[in-house]
Design a protein around this ligand. Structure first.
Ligand SMILES: CC(C)(COP(=O)(O)OP(=O)(O)OC[C@H]1O[C@@H](n2cnc3c(N)ncnc32)[C@H](O)[C@@H]1OP(=O)(O)O)[C@@H](O)C(=O)NCCC(=O)NCCS
Length: 155
């Protein structure tokens, strides 16, 4: 069994990132553990919601595993609009026991590779300034801040 203590020693070469093509029990359990580390207002997706994400051509769910245990997740959203293929990175989260070991970077690289394969010329994301680790990660990777107003209409 893997304990958080083991994870603290996780070197990057023991981390594997792959696309989820099926909803497994360990994926459901991992989301229960990871999503509260990302959002206090949204509940973790259940089996049905995860099945929708995995089945949709618009979303690709990537997970990072350390010795088989899921320790991070990212969702790439891709869709065509009149001006081209648009891609967005959403819901990036890495288990607090393995942060600082570039798992977030590996997940993001996997998403960028997929976005390239899909014909996108860029990938967007948003991150609140208070998410300091996330903003450092994206800047370090070469994401550039855009001058644009971000709007939300609450339904
Ligand atoms: C943002 C997040 C995904 C980064 O994952 P990660 O695997 O730790 O990413 P990295 O290892 O590439 O490190 C990112 C930065 O965080 C720092 N960091 C944050 N927490 C750390 C910790 N507990 N231990 C060590 N470093 C940490 C790293 O040093 C690094 O900064 P640097 O580039 O100046 O060295 C992760 O911190 C997380 O899940 N945060 C909560 C959810 C969140 O904010 N998601 C992003 C939504 S936009």
């Amino acid at each position: 069994m893997t304990t958080p203590g083991d994870d603290l020693a996780a070197p990057a070469d023991e981390i594997e990132v792959h696309e989820c093509v099926a909803v497994t029990d360990d994926l459901v359990d991992a989301m229960d553990r990871l999503i509260p580390q990302l959002s206090s207002s949204n509940p973790a997706p259940g089996r049905a919601e995860l099945a929708e994400i995995v089945a949709s051509p618009a979303t690709t769910l990537f997970v990072a595993r350390h010795r088989g245990r899921i320790v991070g997740a990212l969702t790439l959203v891709a869709f065509r609009i009149p001006t081209g293929v648009r891609t967005r990175i959403e819901d990036v989260v890495v288990d607090e026991t393995v942060r600082g070991r570039r798992v977030g970077e590996m997940l993001s690289e996997a998403a960028l590779d997929r976005a390239r394969q899909l014909g996108a010329r860029s990938t967007d994301l948003t991150s609140r300034p208070s998410r300091e680790a996330a903003n450092r990660l994206y800047s370090r990777m070469g994401f550039q801040q855009r001058e644009s107003n971000v709007y939300r209409y609450t339904l």
